[in-house]
Design a protein around this ligand. Sequence first.
Ligand SMILES: [Zn+2]
Length: 130
Amino acid sequence: MSKKDIIDKLKREVASMPQFDLKCGVCHRKYGKYFVFHHKQYIDSDKIYSDFSDTYAYNEYVLPIIKKDPNRFALLCKKHHTSVERLKMFTPENFERLIKIAKESRNDGRFRTKSSNTTRRKVRGRGRKS
Ligand SMILES: [Zn+2]
């Protein structure tokens, strides 16, 4: 087994823990490529990603830590990891106001996701044309 295979195997093993359940903590998409263990809380002794030369070296370091202390982490798909990192950049005040306006801007569950678009189109096709 190559170094990559060993790390991938360990990553999947950690992702299978009940805390993570092999799915994104936000959208519940099944564990797969580009999934990330996101640090919710850092402790002083934690090294950060940029301390390492590559993703494998970092994973080799961090996966045993996650295994020991899973509640400090969340398993996220790439999209939701990016979203969380972006939201973290706002000040607490701006974050609260942003979330308030975003919530106020939602309309009756008509989210623009690929799957719901397909479903809606099918339903429309079968029924009346408006
Ligand atoms: Zn997700």
